[in-house]
Design a protein around this ligand. Structure first.
Ligand SMILES: CC(C)=CCC/C(C)=C/CC/C(C)=C/COP(=O)(O)OP(=O)(O)O
Length: 431
């Protein structure tokens, strides 16, 4: 049975998700009520900031070269004690090494300052860095399917997907105000600080979803628009509440991140019938989606390890919190899955045979980093090397995706075949 999220407002006037079947409208109404009566977290003292949303957290992690929020484990532990160590970390006060998002407060009082401040608030609600990555992956799908730079579908895809992603990210923050207020990384987001009201954020989310879907429908096709709507539902309606329930949430999150390149791919089709035909006959969009899916898993697992204390303090059931000992092996399994996915790209004629070799080099490097991480859960592993291996896997993930996508472009067999065909026709038009 599928879980439908709803929110129960506790006596503490805080919304927490639980798994019952109920309407999403009811969920938001209850949440709005509780949030509006709750005291904003801005009243609490906040520390200095360095990032915003997952995207900002990632940049901050790279900059700092440090674990997300977590002080290092105190000493080497035997593998049997990993859970104990995490539990001990959870109970300890969070350290200041966690990347945090910037304040939305402004110092000036001019109209320009006010507009700038509002702009920043809505950028933060949209998680603009994460949304930009979503747009890049949708654009990649579009060009991979042979989409033209001059096509009207391209601006529709970019703007439509951007609005939909903004909507999904705002709904996610509306549902996580309590958790975001607790986590060092997210406590300065506009909703926890009270910089924006839940009602305004909800209005923004609904308007963005409407505008984005209309743009996609008008400029591309219905299938692309519906894929985007399903992504919003999956992210806000399933992934977000599942973070509080099960370590399997990461799979749903990875599916969410895998859909935008598929949207880009089918956005090249003028009609819904053609888009549907592409989805049901062409393996290429599925392969692109699978690349994104299996790339994200070790990426998120590494982040989950680096941020385990922050996640635990907010009550998130990330793998690093509920099943820490399997974080390494789960990362390794998913990097290994990238090999058959890459070979499939050759097998279906999407890429030339050299892609099997070149992709194996970059997939091999990513796998090696995941393997190194998984080895740190063995008998003689030390906490410091385990944390270091997680950071190293995270950095490898940042390098891996652009490299693999570049190789997909370099080895694109369909473009080579197409130009060979065009050359042949140009030489002998009567044939
Ligand atoms: C077309 C469309 C609607 C695209 C949306 C794509 C999208 C929102 C991808 C996000 C993927 C993801 C799991 C992010 C982490 O969220 P998180 O909640 O773990 O991050 P947080 O801790 O920073 O809040």
């Amino acid at each position: 049975m599928m879980f439908m999220p709803t929110l129960t407002c506790l006596r503490s006037r805080i919304c927490v998700p639980r798994a019952v079947s109920s309407s999403t409208v009811l969920m938001f109404r209850r949440c709005l009520h509780s949030l509006e009566t709750a005291k904003p977290a801005s009243a609490r003292p906040l520390r200095s900031s360095a990032g915003a949303s997952t995207g900002d957290a990632e940049s901050a992690l790279l900059r700092q070269g440090s674990e997300c929020p977590v002080s290092r484990f105190r000493s080497a532990e035997s593998p049997q004690r990993i859970d104990d160590v995490v539990a001990a970390e959870v109970s300890a006060a969070p350290s200041s090494s966690c990347p945090m998002e910037g304040s939305t407060a402004t110092s000036g009082n001019s109209v320009v300052d006010a507009i700038r401040s509002q702009w920043r608030i809505y950028c933060q609600l949209s998680k603009y860095k994460l949304s930009s990555l979503v747009l890049v992956s949708a654009g990649f799908g579009f060009f991979s399917a042979g989409g033209s730079l001059l096509s009207v579908a391209l601006p529709s895809l970019i703007l439509g997907t951007g609005f939909q992603a903004s909507s999904a990210n705002t709904l996610n923050q509306l549902l996580e105000v309590k958790q975001d207020s607790v986590m060092m990384r997210t406590r300065k987001r506009p909703l926890p600080t009270g910089a924006v009201s839940p009602r305004a954020a909800l209005g923004y989310a609904i308007a963005s979803a409407g505008v984005g879907s209309a743009l996609l429908f008008a400029g591309t096709n219905l299938v692309t628009a519906l894929l985007g709507v399903s992504t919003i539902v999956l992210y806000a309606g399933l992934y977000t509440p599942m973070k509080m329930m099960s370590k399997w949430n990461t799979w749903i999150g990875a599916v969410v991140g895998a859909i935008p390149p598929v949207m880009g791919y089918v956005a090249t089709q003028a009609t819904s019938a053609d888009a549907w035909a592409v989805l049901s006959t062409d393996p290429a969009p599925w392969i692109l989606g699978a690349v994104l899916l299996f790339w994200q898993m070790p990426h998120f697992y590494a982040i989950s390890w680096m941020c385990k204390k922050d996640y635990a303090s907010a009550g998130y059931k990330m793998i690093s919190v509920t099943d820490p000992a399997s974080t390494g092996s789960a990362s390794l399994r998913n990097t290994l899955a990238l090999f058959p996915v890459s070979f499939a790209a050759v097998a279906v004629g999407m890429c030339d045979p050299w892609f099997a070799a070149t992709s194996s080099i970059v997939n091999g490097y990513y796998t090696w980093k995941a393997w190194s991480f998984s080895r740190q859960f063995g008998e003689n592993a030390e906490e410091s090397t385990r944390d270091q291996a997680a950071r190293s896997l995270f950095k490898a993930s940042i390098m891996h995706l652009p490299l693999l996508l570049a190789l997909l472009v370099i080895h694109d067999n369909r473009k080579t075949k197409e130009s060979a065909k065009n050359d042949g026709e140009a030489k002998d038009p009567d044939e």
